[in-house]
Each structure stands twice: as structure tokens, then as C-alpha cells.
Design a protein around this ligand. Structure first.
Ligand SMILES: [Zn+2]
Length: 224
């Protein structure tokens, strides 16, 4: 009977749970849209991101979580778990979200390796200065001090996405940030580069954000 029990357990488990890298439990709390194939999402991530960069992640929860509304985000991570929205437009959208959050767990795990030498922060501040000059020339009423603050700021975020707006910001940040979201804070600057390194074009990250490229590349090839 053991075989039958295992079979039942397995099929119950497969209804809502999967494994990423054969060890991270992926729990689907709320259903994904029909067109999003979770097996494809997970195997794509396994193929692109080296397993040692998932150290510290035990669980991935997929669903609608209160915190998303409170913080106006669609993914987050906490205490070894990633929380990812089930509202995904397609598989790539979901892969982006998961790899993005992986970058933040990596930041925690390898914090001193990534940030102690200040190279990423310096590169980020240089880009923020440049963005300040671009927006100043466009006659936005702005303060340099806000641009030199490297931490996340809700006000600054609102300025970028509501006052300037995504389309204009994309135009102004072209060649300066890998994507406009990288202008948000130095941590998002790293996350943005990390995501593009694995999912898009690592050579583009090397050109636009060499300090981020060096760090991500170092993480990929480090001896552990
Ligand atoms: Zn982020």
C-alpha cells in the first residue's frame, strides 16, 4: 500500500506544489492564468540562473498577497521566501519577477561582496547625477540632493513614475540605465542589472552598468 499512498501524496502535492532546482518548494496559493505554464517558468529559470545564487531561498509562494496592495508591488521576499503575484501576463513576465526577487536574496547573502567596495553605489550616483542634468535641461523643478540619495524613496519614485512618467523616463534613461526601474535606488539598480544579465543581454549590462556586470559575473563564477 505504500506505493499507492505515495502516489496519492505525489498527485495531491503536484496539484499545488512544485520544486525549483529540486529543492525549493514552489507553492501555488492562487491559480495562474491559463497561458502561463509554471513548469516552463521554473525550468527556464533553472537553465539560466546558477543554482548557487539561490542560496537562502526555501520557498516560493505564488498568489495574491495583502502586502502587494499595501506596498504597490507584485513581488517581494522575506525570511527565505519569495512571494510572487499570480497575475502574470505571460511566462516571461513571471520569470522576470522571480529572477528579480532572487537578486534581492543574493544581495542579502553576498552583501559585503557586492557593496563593500562602493563601486555599485558610485556608478549609481554618477548615473543619477546625469539623470538630474537631463531632467534639469527639460525644465523639471528638481533638487540635486534628491538625486544623490541612493536609498529607495517613495517620493522620488512617485516623481519618476508619475510626474516624469514611464515613457519619457524610458527615453531619458536610454543607455544610462539598463531599464528605467534601475533608477529607483542602488539596490534596484543592482537587481535590474542582475535580471538583465541572466534573462536578456549580459553584454548590454557590461556596456551600460560595468560595475554591476562585474559583480554579477563574479557571483556566477565564484568558488563556493
Ligand atoms: Zn526590487
Amino acid at each position: 500500500m505504500k506505493g499507492v499512498n505515495n502516489y496519492i501524496k505525489e498527485s495531491l502535492r503536484s496539484a499545488s506544489e512544485k520544486l525549483l532546482y529540486n529543492k525549493i518548494i514552489v507553492f501555488v496559493k492562487d491559480p495562474l492564468p491559463e497561458g502561463v505554464d509554471l513548469d516552463y517558468v521554473l525550468s527556464s529559470i533553472e537553465k539560466r540562473v546558477p543554482e548557487h545564487l539561490t542560496y537562502g531561498i526555501d520557498m516560493v509562494y505564488i498568489g495574491d498577497f495583502e502586502e502587494f496592495k499595501e506596498r504597490d508591488v507584485n513581488a517581494t521576499y522575506k525570511d527565505g521566501a519569495l512571494y510572487i503575484t499570480n497575475e502574470q501576463s505571460d511566462a516571461d513576465d513571471m520569470i522576470d519577477d522571480i529572477v528579480h526577487e532572487m537578486s534581492h536574496t543574493c544581495e542579502d547573502t553576498y552583501h559585503s561582496l557586492i557593496y563593500t567596495d562602493g563601486k555599485i553605489q558610485n556608478e549609481f550616483v554618477g548615473k543619477r547625477r546625469r539623470l538630474y542634468e537631463i531632467l534639469k535641461a527639460e525644465e523639471y523643478r528638481i533638487d540635486l540632493e534628491d538625486f544623490l540619495n541612493t536609498e529607495y524613496s517613495k517620493d522620488f519614485d512617485e516623481f519618476l513614475y508619475q510626474e516624469v512618467g514611464y515613457d519619457k523616463l524610458t527615453f531619458f534613461t536610454m543607455g544610462l540605465f539598463v531599464s528605467p526601474y534601475g533608477a529607483t535606488s542602488y539596490r534596484e539598480y543592482f537587481a535590474n542589472g542582475f535580471e538583465h544579465y541572466f534573462l536578456n543581454d549580459p553584454q548590454y549590462v557590461k556596456v551600460v552598468s560595468p560595475a554591476v556586470y562585474d559583480k554579477v559575473d563574479g557571483l556566477v563564477f565564484m568558488e563556493i
